[in-house]
Design a protein around this ligand. Structure first.
Ligand code: GLN
Length: 463
């Protein structure tokens, strides 16, 4: 199939399925077809690969709403580095995807534009916050998409949608052009149908970028080459204490079975301990909200997007814009973050959370003296029903229990499908690796999915 006809097919599928899935906030037919025609006869690394992009990653000339009313009319005037690198490698952005508002959420339900739906069961959430990007891949519209990760927003929806999702090491992919949520935790992440698709995209976008001072000058390995490495000789760490309370029976069973499956492929397994993991959620929701309260101060009605009308003065305009522009979850986080940073509480909350964060990281450093990767569930449950947790922020925050600590520590982690629940919903396992070991994670993911494919498809799937 030619590049142009392939992109046409992708756009047709996206348009056809979107009324049911709501995974795209915009479908960029004109620019995608133009680009396809431009590169139709050139040799490029990604050869016209169609890519869907979360709506908090800047794409020049396209709306970049962050799933928020406050940016509903905002058009980015530059490309994020990940986008310009993809473009140079011959990938084509076909649309921008639905997300929890400013990436705050685990179900896509905080989107100002309504939730994306899980293609395995339209009454269920796809996970979040990068739910739209996960659905775009899971429903067969695109092979790969970009999301963002602050505490699990790529791995958790990947798990709930039965696809692969990678959060790289902090600093592996430039954050230039990613709208900031919590800068010390934020990463761009990648979804793929499988580990090979993820490796293709990571190889193009990883690496130092002078436009982001926190991007690291660490050599980028050949991820494609790494996929074929032998599992024999690898050691997988299993933190048994994380398989206890609060974990769905189906998930426990399938994830523990994947430990055995790895052994059958020749891996060794060892028990590891992550004693500070249990503080992950508390630490995360202090640090993430603190940084969010500061980052979101820029949305004031003056510089970007929406501005409230009929305000009598400047101060009232700020208030009214933020009151009308932000949704409830974003306001909750701004208030929490402002509180934990206030002079009376800074030491009790923010500063203490930073200390525990260092201990979470130390847990990982110790564990990686014994193993190449740590295996856990990605999410404590399969995809839940739309509305089931939306009135209970704490229940929602607990969806991230297995994912937040990798962001706190800065280490890479991947979610790979490892089975189906009794109701036929996908379950993901998480593999967490040492700093810069994305190649190891992709290798393990590839070997696993080749030997133990999921063998099922969502009910809504592009032919
Ligand atoms: N679900 C988490 C939150 O609500 C993580 C979000 C993310 O990774 N962007 O903060």
């Amino acid at each position: 199939m030619t590049i142009v006809s392939n992109i046409e097919k992708v756009l047709d599928n996206a348009e056809k399925l979107n009324p049911r899935l709501n995974s795209f906030l915009s479908i960029e037919r004109a620019s995608a077809l133009l680009r396809a025609a431009e590169i139709a006869n050139t040799e490029t690394e990604l050869n016209g690969l169609a890519i869907a992009v979360k709506d908090n990653i800047c794409t020049k000339g396209m709306r970049t709403s962050c799933g928020s009313h406050i940016l509903h009319n905002y058009e980015a005037h530059y490309d994020a580095t990940a986008i310009s690198r993809l473009d140079a490698a011959g990938a084509i952005v076909v649309g921008k995807t639905n997300m929890d508002e400013f990436a705050m959420g685990s179900s896509n339900e905080t989107s100002a534009f309504g939730p994306a739906k899980n293609p395995w069961d339209l009454d269920r959430v796809p996970g979040g916050s990068s739910g739209g990007s996960a659905v775009a891949v899971a429903s067969g519209v695109v092979r790969a998409s970009l999301g963002s990760e602050t505490g699990g927003s790529v791995r958790q929806p990947a798990s709930l949608c039965g696809i692969v999702g990678l959060k790289p090491t902090y600093g592996r992919i430039s954050r230039y052009g990613l709208v900031a949520f919590a800068s010390s935790l934020d990463n761009i992440g990648i979804f793929g149908r499988n580990s090979t698709d993820v490796a293709d995209v990571l190889g193009v976008i990883a690496g130092r970028d002078p436009l982001d001072s926190t991007s690291a000058d660490v050599p980028v390995p050949d991820y494609k080459f790494a996929l074929d490495g032998d599992v024999d000789g690898k050691t997988i760490g299993v933190p048994r204490e994380l398989f206890g309370e609060g974990l769905d029976e189906d998930v426990r069973e399938k994830v523990l079975a994947s430990v055995e499956n790895f052994r059958s492929l020749g891996a060794r397994t060892v028990d590891v301990e992550l004693p500070y993991a249990k503080y992950g959620i508390a630490v995360y929701y202090i640090i993430a909200t603190a940084e969010a309260s500061s980052n979101l101060a820029r949305f004031d009605g003056v510089r970007y997007g929406f501005r409230a009308e009929d305000a009598p003065g400047l101060k009232e305009m700020y208030f009214k814009t933020r009151e009308e522009g932000f949704g409830a979850e974003v306001k909750r986080r701004i208030m929490l973050g402002t509180y934990v940073l206030s002079s009376g509480y800074y030491d009790a909350y923010y500063s203490k959370a930073q200390k525990v964060r260092a201990l979470v990281k130390r847990d990982y450093q110790r564990a990686f003296e014994k193993c190449d990767a740590i295996l856990t569930p990605t999410s404590p449950s399969v995809a839940f029903k739309i509305g089931e947790r939306s009135d209970d922020p704490l229940a929602m925050y607990l969806s991230d229990i297995y994912t937040v600590s990798a962001n706190l520590a800065g280490v890479p982690a991947i979610s790979v499908p490892c089975g189906l629940s009794r109701e036929g919903l996908p379950i993901g396992m998480q593999l967490i690796g040492d700093f810069w070991s994305e190649d190891v994670l992709l290798n393990l993911g590839h070997q696993y999915e080749s030997a133990f494919p999921l063998g099922a498809q969502p009910i809504v799937f592009a032919g």
